[in-house]
Design a protein around this ligand. Structure first.
Ligand code: 6PG
Length: 509
């Protein structure tokens, strides 16, 4: 584990919220850290925080004046964690490390939300200067501090050096129950349980998996928001009443970090007005791009991920506030429905099913995306392992990831999550309620793009004959694009001479 000379075990470059908390987490596990940021105030802030947290004990974090200083304080091969915004800043740090004298065996770990293809390019670009490794990190600032979910990828030899530290600092799961073991105490980290860190594959694989994680995160968040909208705007429930419903749901199969924080958010009063804070927050959503990348990837692959794409669109619509303001005055919707108390209770019950089924579909979309990209990139992704490391630490951690873990354990070659026996059965049983919730939303004029697109996804996949037969005929009609026939071998293409007076069918290849 830790070395016994005077050199430190690992360097952390970039001491924003994530870098600072990763450094403190690593130090909690008895590793000695050299830390650097272009802003000396951040370096001093970290050193001071560590001293306060570990009062009276020897410091394990050394603040460095520059990168040369950092390199001089680290044992070789050096392990350097880079925590800077994705994009040009990563290359900025790499160039500065080259100028500071980094060596070919040293390992640079990009922990930001980099675009996966950039990671592949960087590994090649820096191969003669150092080993460019990457590890996506999920869990926000609390995760970074007390146990994130980590998705490392790149040179397997580099992973051997990084693995002990990564396994130590990662979130942990109880091996028997599959539930997170959480303790948020500086200096008293969780050391027992299964770590949520596993080698994902060659360069780019970890960032691809994290990108899909974020796509699912977008969809999962939007699904919860749609349920809130239906309960709040549709049924007229207050933020506190919706919080109570979410809390109840969170005790069951919908148990997840995101649902838990949503009910907490809904209970929060605004410090300025005393009203529910959520009612005072402007309804325009931000985004940094990872959900968009996931949707783009799905379109490029031809791998349907409509619920993830709809979640990106929902954020886009939200930003068009003035247009919505204008159209809300112009466009008619349905008359508000008045539901009896028992109808309301039925709808809340149906909505719970709808949320669960849609959630299963959005995870299924994410796993199918990963499978298709893995095939294309020749990666051997272990989906059971990926589900396992998402059970704690990350933003999409949820009780039902244990069911996904079990589904892949039962069949590591599972080609689609909806084919797993448990999910097939549950969704088949629950789909009438899912439809009821969508119908109620439609009849109330409340947009539920993710809940309803997931239902369309479900219905498309269970449909043996889609109207693509007509579509192929249309393509052949105006563009002579040809079609295959159901009564002839696959690969035989036919064209009908549509413009001719006497339409003749010919086999064209
Ligand atoms: C995580 C999060 C994290 C970040 C997202 C937010 O797993 O810890 O996904 O990476 O919260 O990038 O993305 P948006 O700003 O695009 O919502």
């Amino acid at each position: 584990m830790q070395n016994h000379n005077n050199l430190n075990d690992i360097g952390v470059i970039g001491l924003g919220v994530m870098g600072k908390n990763l450094a403190l987490n690593i130090a909690d596990h008895h590793y000695r850290v050299s830390a650097f940021d272009l802003d000396p105030v951040k370096v001093q802030g970290l050193v001071t925080q560590e001293q306060q947290e570990r009062a009276g004990q020897a410091s394990r974090i050394l603040g460095c004046a520059d990168l040369r200083h950092m390199l001089d304080t680290l044992q070789k091969p050096r392990i350097l964690v880079v925590s800077v915004p994705a994009g040009a800043a990563v290359d900025g740090v790499c160039s500065a490390l080259i100028a500071a004298g980094i060596e070919t065996d040293d390992i640079v770990i990009d922990t930001g939300n980099s675009l996966w293809t950039d990671t592949i390019a960087r590994e090649a670009r820096y191969q003669h200067q150092f080993i460019f490794f990457s590890s996506a990190v999920s869990g926000g600032e609390v995760g970074a501090r007390f146990g994130p979910s980590l998705m490392p990828s790149g040179d397997p030899k580099a992973w051997q050096h990084v693995a002990p530290i990564w396994h130590a600092i990662a979130a942990k799961v109880d091996a028997k129950t599959g539930l997170p073991i959480e303790r948020f105490e500086p200096g008293n980290p969780v050391t027992e349980g299964e770590p949520c860190a596993a080698y994902i594959g060659p360069a780019g694989a970890g960032h691809y998996v994290k990108m899909v994680h974020n796509g699912i995160e977008y969809a999962d968040m939007q699904l919860i928001c749609e349920a809130y909208q239906l309960l709040h705007a549709g049924l007229g429930m207050s933020a506190l009443e919706v919080a109570a419903v979410f809390e109840r749901w969170n005790q069951g199969r919908l148990n997840s970090y995101l649902l838990g924080i949503s009910s907490e958010v809904l209970k929060q009063a605004d410090p300025l007005t005393g009203k529910p804070l959520v009612d005072m927050i402007l309804d325009t959503a931000g985004q940094k791009g990872t959900g968009l990348w996931t949707a783009v990837s799905s379109l490029q692959l031809g791998c349907p991920a409509p619920t993830i794409a709809e979640a990106v669109y929902a954020r886009a619509v939200s930003t068009q506030k003035s247009l919505r303001g204008l159209l809300s005055q112009q466009l008619q919707g349905p008359r508000a429905l008045t539901l009896t108390t028992s109808q309301q209770a039925d709808l809340i019950n149906a909505l719970e099913s709808a949320l669960y089924c849609a959630k299963v579909c959005c995870y299924a979309q994410g796993f199918q995306l990963m499978a298709m990209t893995a095939k294309e990139q020749h990666w051997q992704l272990d989906f059971g392992q990926i589900a396992k490391i998402w059970r704690a630490g990350c933003i999409i951690r949820a009780g039902f990831l244990q069911s996904i873990t079990q589904a892949y354990a039962a069949d590591p070659e599972l080609s689609h999550l909806l084919l797993a026996e448990g999910f097939t059965q549950e969704l088949s049983e629950q789909q009438p309620l899912w439809r009821q919730a969508v119908v109620a939303a439609v009849m109330q004029g409340i947009a539920v793009p993710c809940i309803s697109s997931a239902l369309a996804y479900y219905d498309s996949y269970r449909c043996d004959t889609l109207p693509a037969n007509l579509l192929q005929a249309q393509r052949d009609y105006f563009g002579a694009h040809s079609f295959e026939r159901i009564d002839r071998p696959a690969g035989e293409h036919y064209h009908l001479d549509w413009p001719a007076a006497e339409r003749t069918l010919s086999r064209i290849r």
